[in-house]
Design a protein around this ligand. Sequence first.
Ligand SMILES: Cc1cc2nc3c(=O)[nH]c(=O)nc-3n(C[C@H](O)[C@H](O)[C@H](O)COP(=O)(O)OP(=O)(O)OC[C@H]3O[C@@H](n4cnc5c(N)ncnc54)[C@H](O)[C@@H]3O)c2cc1C
Length: 417
Amino acid sequence: MGEGLRIAVIGAGIVGTSCAFFLQRDGHRVTLLDPREPGTGTSFGNAGIISLGSVAPVVTPGLLRKLPALLTDRTSPLAIRWAYLPRLLPWLSRLALNARPARLERLASAIAELTARCDRAHDLLIQECGLGELVRSGGWLWVARSPATLLEASATNRRLWDRFGRRYELLDAAAVHALEPALAPDLVAGLLLPENRFVLDPCRYVQGIARGFLERGGTYLQAEAEGFAFEGSRIAAVGTSRGLLPVDGVVLAAGAFSKRLAALGGVRVPLDAERGYHVMLPHPPSSLGRPIYACEHGFVMAPMAAGIRITGGVELASPWAPPDFRRIRRLVPLAQRLLPGLSGEILSEWQGCRPTLVDSLPAIGPSPTTPNLWLAFGHQHIGLTLGPLTGRLIADLVAGRDPGFDLSAYAPGREYW
Ligand SMILES: Cc1cc2nc3c(=O)[nH]c(=O)nc-3n(C[C@H](O)[C@H](O)[C@H](O)COP(=O)(O)OP(=O)(O)OC[C@H]3O[C@@H](n4cnc5c(N)ncnc54)[C@H](O)[C@@H]3O)c2cc1C
């Protein structure tokens, strides 16, 4: 590798901040660039689950079958702003094409390759950046009011967990309430993913990684990347809202907002936003010990440092459209029924954009046309889980090190459907 390179990392979410950390750790001179504070984009508001168990692509045949019902129910986990549909249609139809059975199996296998390796990258960051206080073991618990509902809601996942060797335990009512005594008594069926961990404050987690990056000599530039200045096929500088930044290499990790800059760097990517919301409620006197997925309603209740975070569903709309909190607020009384003692007082509410490529796989790798541009975005529902690993992989690619497994499934220039 020789002398460290001058590398600009665009975007300070969990993905970009992890890339910056691992590159700086390799001896490069890294500038992390974002108009916002680190961790305040989509990485701010997620459910905090480090999800070794995530292996299913975003769209499955079961979901496609339920689509009409999901789009007409006001409390369902899926909403669409119909005015955006014409722009969304090509992305949406390709997402659906990727639910073909043979394709789904291949995509699940590529997701499983990544999630199987997520823990080691988190452990390194937890250790080197001192983040242990923010992370808890205890698994992820799915609950339902009947075993039949639980089995139906988890059918595709259980098949994939069996195939990829992920552990899960089916629980009866007594076992559910032994784990989570505060849950309502009518929740009589459970499924525990014991290997999953969770983060008590995802924003502070990213900021801890950013601190580790700065302590190792990295630079943070509060600016927006606007374009690239080329010398031949290579990027010589990043045009930013605060002037030109000369570089030897660039990592693009701007989450759902990566599409325009990727195109400037020679890669057209089928990327759009699956918008998501949360509300924060105060902890009840007897609270939760782990995140809970409510199978009947499709939302998560996650115990965080600042309270219980209800995250629910997907809204298909322009990433720039103003938030509409009505649907997430409708989940509050449902959450109160599942967790008696939970007050309905909303402490804060939030909206973010999951960056989703039509095959559910992130883009991790070099641009096919710009040799000193690497892409690192498209982590859909599992960016907290995969951000640290992505940082490690990008550092390997920049250094020319063997990442230890085949990354061709994530190549930014791949066939997406
Ligand atoms: C409701 C909800 C719940 C979720 N729950 C989980 C979970 O439990 N577990 C899990 O693993 N994942 C979860 N996710 C997904 C996860 O949050 C995302 O996949 C992840 O945050 C994406 O990280 P990112 O770094 O790619 O994007 P972001 O966090 O959005 O970061 C991108 C950054 O790029 C910056 N940027 C954009 N344009 C520019 C530019 N031109 N120049 C400079 N900077 C720019 C933005 O300001 C932003 O800070 C959830 C998501 C949502 C919405």
